[in-house]
Design a protein around this ligand. Sequence first.
Ligand SMILES: Cc1cc2nc3c(=O)[nH]c(=O)nc-3n(C[C@H](O)[C@H](O)[C@H](O)COP(=O)(O)O)c2cc1C
Length: 328
Amino acid sequence: MVFEKIMVGNLQLENRIVMPPMATAKSTEDGKVTDELVAYYGERAANPNISLIITEHSYISEQGKAHAKQVSISSDSDIDGQSKIAAEIHKHGKKVIAQINHAGSAASPAVTGMQPVSASAILLPGKPVRGEYVEPRALTVTEIKGIVAEFAAAAKRVKAAGFDGVEIHSAHAYFLNQFYSPLTNLRTDEYGGSLDNRLRIHLEVIEAVREAVGSEFAIAVRLGGCDYMDGGSTIEDCVYAAKVFEKAGVDLIDLSGGMCRFTLEGRDEPGFFQDMSTAVKAAVSIPVILTGGVKTLEEAETLLQKGAADLIGIGRELLKNPKWETFI
Ligand SMILES: Cc1cc2nc3c(=O)[nH]c(=O)nc-3n(C[C@H](O)[C@H](O)[C@H](O)COP(=O)(O)O)c2cc1C
């Protein structure tokens, strides 16, 4: 099945292997694309085993910047640089989707010069990926609408830069994921409490992004569907969310962890999020990506055969070795 074609919205993918987003810190301090970054993507796009690259998280606003040398999509002046990445990947006949992100309370004040913002004034659970977390400020409803508009503006730039689609990042304890998880969303207004309320901002972002990019452009959501923590989001929540996203016009569901980030403690078997992806795949008709722990084409094939997902992400193996499984 690995080498079977599949449609994602109107996009035809030549096989079932995806390079998932991975931050490289190869941009300039102000988030501009460098030749080194373009070359990095070119090397991986040349790999015949992959059909789609989802590029690393681009920040949609200065306040949402996660780390130094993260790539930017926060300004129209970023379109030119981002278009070089899209063109380089297209040169190798591969499709490319750009991931857009706001870091929320995971943003570093040392980088942004601002107090972080989030659904609630609460520190993220778990170990910080880098540095120390700073307590964020809870957003007002007006400010939430402002961030929704920033996602839409960023998506419009992604389209202008020549990408084939846009991925909205709601995984790994970043901004949208902070609204989704009951561990970090303690709001008592229409954006907190029930799962429908915790998904409200997602639907607003999806609607605004769709409005910005038009009906033909592929929209993916990367959802950290389950926190794998006491009191956190569950696989049932994730199945419900995926159905809601499908109904809202999302073309692709890309699954990963929530507050647990992209790994699970003590687990490194191929497809360690397959309990989540299998349940989601059974509940929706749009394609589902499973990423985490897959090291070989054979492992990907086994997961596809057993119905764990429609597409398999290969992250760290491609990061280490652009010629992964090519035997060139
Ligand atoms: C260095 C590094 C950077 C990452 N950056 C991102 C990112 O920008 N956006 C994202 O959604 N996931 C990111 N991830 C998670 C990967 O997309 C993927 O889910 C993770 O590496 C697990 O897959 P693997 O076992 O195949 O590596 C990153 C992972 C690594 C190792």
